[in-house]
Write a protein that binds this ligand. Structure first.
Ligand code: FE
Length: 217
């Protein structure tokens, strides 16, 4: 293991965070131009790849994984033992998801995921990372003050709940299995999946119980 490998090309996953063209964007554009001119890459293929992750693959995939784990104890066991294989069995495979690890939230232990060095993220189950995931404040602060970061997201955990922060790398990507909320015993897998937000699978939100129809917001 050679530490953090930045060779994975998520450059295009970064819309420029700094306004105008950041240095990274300029470098990416320059590289793309050179590689295209030399015939190494096909810009159309690159566009297709980007479109796939921007529009066709997203956190609904991860939500289906979570819902299956909630209703199917054997799948949950498999997911915790070999997340890559269990997730692939649902058809979610591909770049940035080759080595998945699933971590399960309980009343005693809450998991949060970060990439402290850049923005490594499980693309096949969550799509592209949100801007805040790539922001320097989140990346540095979640390690030092996870409870404070959770508070910023509107989440307050009981004092007794421990928090574990997982640092993603090019080698390993994490999926948080949030706690199944009370009052969802009668729900089917699709209804459960609809409750699971992207952020709850990064660990910055909880899954709320469904609001009964007709009740005030
Ligand atoms: Fe990264």
């Amino acid at each position: 293991m050679t530490g953090h490998d930045h060779s994975h090309d998520h450059s295009h996953a970064h819309p420029d965070d700094h306004g105008a063209l950041g240095e990274m964007d300029l470098r990416v554009r320059a590289l793309e131009t050179v590689l295209t001119q030399k015939g190494y890459i096909d810009p159309a293929a690159l566009d297709t790849l980007i479109d796939t992750y921007q529009t066709r693959i997203g956190p609904r995939n991860g939500a289906r994984v979570v819902a299956r784990a909630w209703v199917d104890p054997a799948f949950r066991e498999w997911l915790l033992a070999d997340a890559t294989a269990a997730i692939a069995s649902l058809g979610y495979t591909g770049r940035q998801g080759e080595h998945m690890v699933a971590v399960e939230n309980t009343g005693d232990l809450h998991h949060m995921v970060v990439c402290t060095l850049c923005s490594c993220y499980p693309w096949p189950v969550l799509g592209l990372p949100p801007t805040w995931y790539k922001s320097a404040p989140y990346r540095s602060r979640v390690v030092k003050d996870p409870r404070g970061v959770l508070a910023d997201f509107g989440v307050t955990l009981p004092e007794a709940t421990r928090i574990r922060v997982w640092d993603s790398t090019a080698e390993v990507r994490y999926l948080v299995i949030p706690q199944r909320p009370a009052g969802t015993e009668g729900l089917g897998e699709d209804e459960l999946a609809a409750l699971v937000s992207r952020d709850s699978m990064i660990g910055t939100r909880l899954v709320d119980a469904p609001v009964p129809e007709g009740s005030p917001a």
